[in-house]
Design a protein around this ligand. Sequence first.
Ligand SMILES: NC(=O)c1ccc[n+]([C@@H]2O[C@H](COP(=O)([O-])OP(=O)(O)OC[C@H]3O[C@@H](n4cnc5c(N)ncnc54)[C@H](O)[C@@H]3O)[C@@H](O)[C@H]2O)c1
Length: 406
Amino acid sequence: MVNVIGLGYIGLPTALMMASHGVEVIGTDYNKELVATLNAGKTTFKEKGLDELFQNALNAGIKFTTEYQVTDTYIVSVPTPYDKFSKKVDACYVVEAVKDVMRVCPKGATVVVESTVSPGTIDKYVRPVIEENGFTIGEDINLVHAPERIIPGNMVYELLHNNRTIGADDKAIGEKVKTLYSSFCQGEIVVTDIRTAEMTKVVENTFRAVNIAFANELAKICRHDNMDVYEIIKICNMHPRVNILQPGPGVGGHCISVDPWFLVGDYPSLAKVIDESMKTNDGMPDFVLNRIYEIMKEKGLTDVSRVGLYGLTYKENVDDMRESPTLQLLESQERHLATGLKVYDPFITKDVVKNQYHDLDTFLADVDMVVVMVKHTEIRENVDKLSGKVVLDCHNIIDLPGVYHI
Ligand SMILES: NC(=O)c1ccc[n+]([C@@H]2O[C@H](COP(=O)([O-])OP(=O)(O)OC[C@H]3O[C@@H](n4cnc5c(N)ncnc54)[C@H](O)[C@@H]3O)[C@@H](O)[C@H]2O)c1
């Protein structure tokens, strides 16, 4: 039986996927409300295919609880934020979860850390917790790191089809855990050592962060001299060895805007390009805010409360707002003692910010200028409703005359 610890954006789909593929699974989360919601037969976030997967897992007998289970396999999928000052990974959630696992686990159990951690985190923080509990790693407890790569918005497909990495001290244990993941994963599963697995996950997200920062920098250069960055990137990407990502209003979520900082925190004198890239991406919401004021001036608009931000989430077609560029932009606006921007997101049904709307038409009726912060399908399907408005399109998806870009 597998006890999945942490039933958030990663732990829940993983638990459901395993249960749907014949593995006996109990999901544990210390959030009572979350567990009660799952036990009431409801999922806790919106994701394509998740409700169907949930039903399959329920039919297969998955259980949810706040209690840690006595079993032979644990999958730890708890948050790993970064410390805003040191930039290093904050491993406190992983440490607490592993401590709780140690209180109940029998000898011979395997503990799989799925949470993203910086290279060396497991040596520094997780091994001591296991040893302090009187266990010998490799004899009493097997330790494995199996980082997750799925993307919100396409999680169910990617869980099934992505390649995976499994890091283990002992190749045979790595192979055993590979068999567990092979119950559902159709991708290739590479078995390596733990530190390599830690580093690969962070490097993958860092590669994307640096590439996005490059695109954002190009957008700024092109803006400065009135060149079309999208056309330029499109042509450059026709080169067989060039693949530039797209510029945007900033990077959010819990991966690309977080994990590269771990390397900056751990290797401050070495990770220079990464540091600059993260600062470039973090500066994009402010860049968009300046663009809003520039365009307002050009168009003779004076009332900020007639400007609306479309989208609150950090990416399209999900309800995850963590570290989102829109939230960063609103914070920045408040710091400059200017408030009043209107906000709407079809995926955010609760009131979370000031001047928030819950209906596209009412939102559009109350604004003269729309800033497309997130490329939800809804706005792509309602482009005609933007005609007559001043539009700042941060994703180059609105095909209307006179649209502004970042
Ligand atoms: N969200 C993503 O897109 C994504 C993608 C790949 C990897 N990851 C990584 O996966 C890990 C989990 O991220 P997430 O987005 O699922 O986080 P999340 O915040 O959505 O979920 C974490 C869950 O863990 C629970 N939890 C925390 N400490 C606990 C404990 N000691 N015992 C029991 N439950 C506990 C919380 O209540 C929460 O429900 C992170 O390391 C993240 O970097 C996330």
